[in-house]
Design a protein around this ligand. Sequence first.
Ligand code: HEC
Ligand code: HEC
Ligand code: HEC
Ligand code: HEC
Ligand code: HEC
Length: 272
Amino acid sequence: MREGTAPFISFLLLGGCLMAGSAGSAEIPDYDQARWDPIHFKPAIDTASDKQCLECHQEIMEHRVRTQSPAGVKASEALAWYQTLDTYQGEQDTFHRRHLVSDYAKHVMDLKCKTCHQGNDPREETAASSATGSTDLTQRKHVDPMLCAMCHGQHNGTIMGVPPGDWRETGKLFNNSCLTCHAAIRTNRHQVNYLKADAIEAAANEDSDVCFGCHGGRAWYRITYPYPRHLWPGGGDQAPEWARGRPSESDPRFLVGMTKTAKAAAAPIEEK
Ligand code: HEC
Ligand code: HEC
Ligand code: HEC
Ligand code: HEC
Ligand code: HEC
């Protein structure tokens, strides 16, 4: 946390309020206890609700970007290349808010803290350098960047039979709509617990930047993401050469709670 002690102090204050409101024996954890709270690690993080995380990390939702940069550029007058998609709306906002609470994010996605956060090693910021380190963690990262690449990788036109080049140009050949082909191809898609599959299809019918946005339009990475390849009606059962070895189902962790999300969110808060 860049601001040094401020989040820690607000954490203590918040902790104090929560404890005052709760009925009993629980004590206010000190900094180290809170930092090493099992909720940060497996297996507890897999069942943690956003509500539980936000009891200590409310600042994630409350932080706002500066209205003006130190050099004097007004946020209201700045627009980055990835903010020129038709789906981008509203004032400049923080990374977390753009994924969790922007109107567009809430419309097409259902990301939770644990979708991205799978734990890290606070002792060394390196996954396996201590005796108790976990090799499951991503080296020196709080979040595995391959996760970002699912929605921020390059548009893989080559395998699609789309001519090489930027979709902003080549798309004209296809009426600027991915659905020209994808109304019938790879139609079994987005059935995961952090996306709203039906809302995505409906939004894409209104606005052709919807599909492109997550598949090339906001590409921070030079690589394409190797998506799982689900079979689809009329698609046959033979995978093409480039897809050999690809899974035919989404990562099991993204299928958890597909039918019982509400129940998971209502799970009791762990005793400290
Ligand atoms: C009991 C309070 C508490 C809970 C609950 C909690 N955290 Fe934390 N978390 C902390 C403290 C304290 C730190 C250390 C903050 C610092 O050093 O600035 C921290 C640090 C972090 C960090 C930064 C890691 C680092 O080393 O800088 C992340 C990311 C994080 N928590 C995510 C989560 C997520 C996701 C959840 C829910 C699964 C969660 N936390 C639940 C108290 C908590
Ligand atoms: C879209 C993925 C994503 C989601 C969803 C997400 N985070 Fe993060 N979070 C990140 C990334 C990336 C960082 C920066 C990690 C780094 O610096 O290594 C981060 C940083 C943090 C930090 C460290 C302090 C900071 O501001 O950098 C905390 C605490 C944190 N997240 C808590 C949460 C909580 C609580 C939630 C759920 C309400 C959440 N995050 C949801 C990706 C996410
Ligand atoms: C499930 C899809 C998804 C994942 C996973 C995801 N993002 Fe995003 N990201 C989006 C969408 C959609 C937007 C546009 C939100 C909007 O316009 O309000 C966005 C916007 C952004 C922005 C621009 C914010 C702004 O103010 O314009 C950044 C930076 C970003 N993502 C980085 C990341 C990083 C880093 C990760 C991995 C930790 C990540 N994203 C994971 C879908 C995703
Ligand atoms: C000319 C028809 C066509 C157009 C236009 C098209 N696609 Fe595709 N797309 C395909 C084909 C064909 C495949 C591969 C089918 C297979 O798996 O055998 C594919 C695969 C994909 C995949 C999966 C890639 C992978 O690695 O598994 C994604 C994601 C995708 N398309 C998104 C889009 C988006 C977003 C657009 C619009 C920006 C778009 N496509 C435009 C035909 C098209
Ligand atoms: C909010 C971000 C987002 C939007 C919007 C989006 N996608 Fe995706 N798409 C993803 C993610 C993430 C996956 C990987 C899901 C998984 O793990 O199964 C994916 C997977 C796919 C796949 C692979 C399907 C398979 O076999 O599993 C295709 C094809 C695809 N998307 C096409 C599209 C098309 C066409 C649109 C517009 C109708 C679209 N996407 C809109 C994020 C998005």
